[in-house]
Design a protein around this ligand. Structure first.
Ligand code: GDP
Ligand code: IMO
Ligand code: MG
Length: 428
């Protein structure tokens, strides 16, 4: 029996899509447990590139079951656009290959509108959301006025819930946010059309995943975003609206924590962040620009330039602790190739002492000064490495130090975007 988690150990975009696709080879089921189409997961297979947002990254295999769990927020419009995009690239997305939880909440057009208008209203204090309606949808979920997939399958329930919601949202949108009212009829007609297409994919996915684990199938839980975007443990309020940490799996799928065997944290060899919020090791200089260009650090979902900085082991230590990581997968060591010196943050200087945990208060975080260790760089040959022995010595020293400081083994090293540029060096 094996059920393992693959999650982002930093601020997202660590290479979760690539790693999930790589590890899906040995899995039978790939499950998304939180987030929605705010995610942008890139998978490269041979010379083809696939950009996934809502659909699990196991979809490129014909033999794997992909599950969108109850903790995910599902925008049906975005879902069908993604299915059409994948089918256009020759990837089949049939109800045998993709199942969607009947308990998942639906992103509605007013959630997208609210996301944008609320960001505008925040002015200079905006969060820099992806504008996909994620926050407003989770708000309704927890406020208990949300519309779930199972509601859409019951037309009379859907009509009632939609009426109440459109009325309430229109009042808020027009009177408080000074936006334009949405049409009930338009939304109703669109969603009734989506229902017909959605119905074959809908299942009680908790039952399916439980049965898979019980029958010794390998189940991979694919995280979206990253540990520091977690609603509880991230840099609040500059976070997303779900639990991106390992704890999110149980609630977001409906499987008990005792059924999960391993948790792999995906960490880039440096750090990036999109959107606003604190970033202690950010490089707002030529080195940061160099990393952005070399690593092609531009958002998959919004196209925004990602902020870049040195690797921060205070962050990784926090992820190891909060998520109970059993191993780390380190990506993009090829991007750093060519730098003469590379720095790694090993602690923060805070109020005269050195700390190695991530403070809750942003005001405290602002006072933290990274303490760096410096490493000699390595050359471009790293991208050709296909076994651990072939990795340049200086890069090995870098990886060893990550293991030492985080007290966690590295199970996978990635030296390029493709499936074949990946090395499994230890147990997950
Ligand atoms: P995700 O959101 O965590 O799935 O990551 P993204 O897909 O948003 O961003 C990661 C980017 O890095 C993608 O363009 C990947 O193709 C690419 N990538 C992943 N691993 C590596 C690697 O080891 N080296 C290089 N150069 N690119 C990588
Ligand atoms: P993947 O899965 C990086 C960021 C947004 C913003 C904050 C809140 O590709 O790693 P939201 O739209 O979720 O309310 O935005 O979270 N964000 C991400 N940053 N990678 C992602 O996903 C992200 N999903 C959301 O930029 O700062
Ligand atoms: Mg991404």
């Amino acid at each position: 029996m094996s059920a393992f988690i693959v999650l982002g150990a930093q601020w997202g975009d660590e290479g979760k899509g690539k790693m999930t696709d790589y590890l899906a080879e040995e899995a039978d089921v790939v499950v998304r447990f939180q987030g929605g189409n705010n995610a942008g997961h890139t998978v490269e297979v041979e010379d083809k590139q696939y950009k996934l947002h809502l659909i699990p990254s196991g979809v490129l295999y014909d033999t794997k079951l992909n599950v969108i769990g109850n903790g995910v927020v599902v925008d049906p419009k975005a879902l069908f656009e993604e299915i059409d995009y994948l089918e256009g690239l020759g990837v089949k997305v049939t109800p045998e290959k993709l199942m969607i939880s009947d308990r998942a909440h639906l992103i509605m057009p007013y959630h997208r509108v609210l996301d944008k208008l609320k960001e505008q209203a925040r002015g200079k204090n905006d969060i820099g959301t992806t504008g996909k309606g994620i926050g407003p949808c989770y708000t309704d979920k927890f406020e208990r006025s949300g519309i779930r997939v199972c509601d859409l399958l019951h037309k009379e329930v859907f009509v009632e819930k939609l009426k109440v919601n459109v009325e309430a949202k229109n009042e808020y949108i027009t009177n408080v946010l000074h936006g334009e009212a949405l049409s009930f009829e338009e939304i109703y007609n669109d969603y009734i059309a989506y229902e017909e297409r959605l119905r074959p994919y809908v299942q009680d996915t908790s039952v399916k995943v439980y049965e898979a684990i019980k029958s010794n199938k390998q189940v991979l839980f694919e995280g979206a975003q990253g540990m520091l975007l977690d609603i509880d443990y991230g840099t609040y309020p500059y976070v997303t609206s779900s639990n991106t940490t390992a704890g999110g799996v149980s609630n977001g799928v409906g499987v008990g924590p005792t059924m999960i065997t391993n948790a792999v944290g995906i960490a880039k060899a440096y750090t990036t962040r999109v959107g606003k919020g604190p970033f202690p090791t950010e490089l707002e200089n030529e080195t940061g620009d160099w990393i952005r260009e070399k690593g092609r650090e531009f958002g998959v979902t919004t196209g925004r330039a990602r902020r870049c900085g040195w690797l921060d082991l205070v962050i990784l230590k926090t992820t190891v602790r909060v998520c109970g990581l059993t191993s780390l997968a380190v990506t993009k060591i090829d991007t750093l190739a060519g730098l003469e010196k590379i720095k790694v943050c090993v602690g923060y200087k805070f109020n005269g002492t050195i700390i190695d945990y991530f403070p809750a208060s942003l005001e405290d975080l602002a006072k933290c000064e990274p303490v760096y260790e410096e490493f000699d760089g390595w050359d471009e040959s790293v991208a050709d490495a296909r076994s651990y022995d072939e990795i340049p010595e200086n890069a090995k020293k870098y990886l060893k130090r990550i293991e030492e400081i985080t007290d966690t083994r590295i199970s996978i090293v990635s030296v390029g975007p493709r499936r074949d540029q990946t090395m499994r060096i230890a147990e997950l």
